[in-house]
Design a protein around this ligand. Structure first.
Ligand SMILES: Cc1cc2nc3c(=O)[nH]c(=O)nc-3n(C[C@H](O)[C@H](O)[C@H](O)COP(=O)(O)OP(=O)(O)OC[C@H]3O[C@@H](n4cnc5c(N)ncnc54)[C@H](O)[C@@H]3O)c2cc1C
Length: 333
């Protein structure tokens, strides 16, 4: 391994900034290191979807592989990007070169390698819409593979990488971006843009909305949406809508109904509510924040309190969208 940092303060390695430590942080910046990755290492990109709740006993593998290659064909751009590249910088770089499509996904923090893991999405687009294949290191078989889009089993905030986190290490992603650009402005505040619209209009609008609505992790430590929007059966929606006629809901491709977790938390008047140093953001109910002194226990207690309240009121189970990491590994709420 090239770079091993002993006893590392993890608050610098995740955007929720809980004051925890790892015994070892290993920097992965060359593919020749793949053979010597410790089996129990936790793979980390930029840490914007990960909360280290306690000091961890296992090594952290910080993915810093770099490189972007762009190839042009008649109808498509093919873009190969190493896992450690920054997602938003990639969006801006491609946009500046006239390669359009990623505008709706602007300003999502994190690395390119983490983007397929939870199939990042925003404003009606998901990254899987553009992924041709993913290069992986299979930690189980100690081999490199190319997984096609179908093999990644993408769905809402999900993929095989999320389902089996100890197996796959993503080393790079191949995007296939049609030259024929198609605007996606059917979602939320993008509707106000109307048509015709340019990629630059969408990029600018998405950046403006996100800057206004979401706390900047560099100022207010957070990990974006803490909970997933729950999916329920149409029959459950029917009952809910009788009691809560104004409840927002969207039909998902699977036929299930996606509810807005933030709306439910807001309905329960939990915006601004806090336990210890962990709180619900006062403008964005789906975002939990570290007020500066949060401990892992504060976060867990707050998240479980919200989960209980939502369950009692709506009969709906909220699942964490973020990865919660305890001393021995991943934990669930
Ligand atoms: C303010 C804010 C806003 C956000 N908005 C959105 C949004 O609109 N939409 C959305 O989808 N997400 C959003 N997120 C969540 C986050 O940006 C994404 O999940 C992002 O992909 C995380 O990237 P990361 O590099 O920081 O991942 P990390 O937190 O480092 O890792 C996340 C998971 O991916 C795994 N992982 C990371 N790199 C690799 C790799 N190379 N190979 C295999 N596994 C890997 C990790 O083990 C972990 O399980 C937001 C977060 C914040 C803080």
């Amino acid at each position: 391994m090239n770079d091993v940092i002993e006893s590392k303060n993890l608050s610098y390695f995740h955007s929720f900034r809980l004051p925890t430590e790892a015994k070892q942080v290993i920097v992965l910046d060359d593919l020749s290191q793949l053979n010597s990755i410790p089996g129990q290492a936790y793979i980390l990109g930029a840490g914007s979807n990960t909360l280290f709740l306690e000091n961890v006993e296992f090594p952290i593998l910080h993915v810093c592989l770099k490189g972007i290659e762009i190839h042009e064909s008649l109808d498509f751009w093919r873009v190969d990007v190493a896992a450690g590249e920054n997602w938003h910088e990639l969006v801006c770089k491609l946009h500046a070169q006239g390669i359009f499509g990623f505008e709706n996904l602007a300003l999502i923090p994190g690395t390119v390698g983490a983007a397929p893991v939870q199939n990042i999405g925003a404003y009606g687009r998901e990254v899987s819409d553009f992924i041709e294949s993913v290069e992986v290191w299979d930690r189980q078989n100690q081999s490199r593979y190319t997984l096609t889009n179908d093999a990644c089993d993408f769905s809402y905030r999900d993929s095989i990488f999320k389902q089996n986190p100890s197996r796959w290490l993503i080393t790079s992603v191949r995007f296939n971006i049609p030259k024929k650009w198609r605007a996606e402005v059917s979602y939320g505040e993008l509707k106000s843009l109307g048509l015709p619209v340019t990629p630059a209009d969408i990029l600018e609008k998405v950046i403006a909305i996100r800057t206004a609505k979401l706390p900047d992790p560099a100022i207010v430590p957070n990990a974006g949406s803490f909970f997933k929007n729950p999916l329920v059966e149409p029959s459950q929606l029917k009952q809910l809508i009788v009691r809560y006629p104004e409840m927002p809901h969207f039909t998902s491709p699977s036929g299930k109904i996606k509810l807005a977790a933030g709306w439910m938390i807001d309905y329960l008047r939990l915006k601004g509510y806090s336990i210890g140093g962990a709180g619900v953001h006062d403008k964005q109910a789906l975002v939990l924040i570290n007020n500066g002194s949060a401990t892992g226990n504060d976060v867990l207690n707050l998240a479980r309190y919200i989960q209980d309240k939502v369950n009692v009121e709506f009969g709906v189970n909220l699942e964490a969208e973020v990865r919660l990491i305890g001393g021995q590994g991943m934990i669930s709420l």
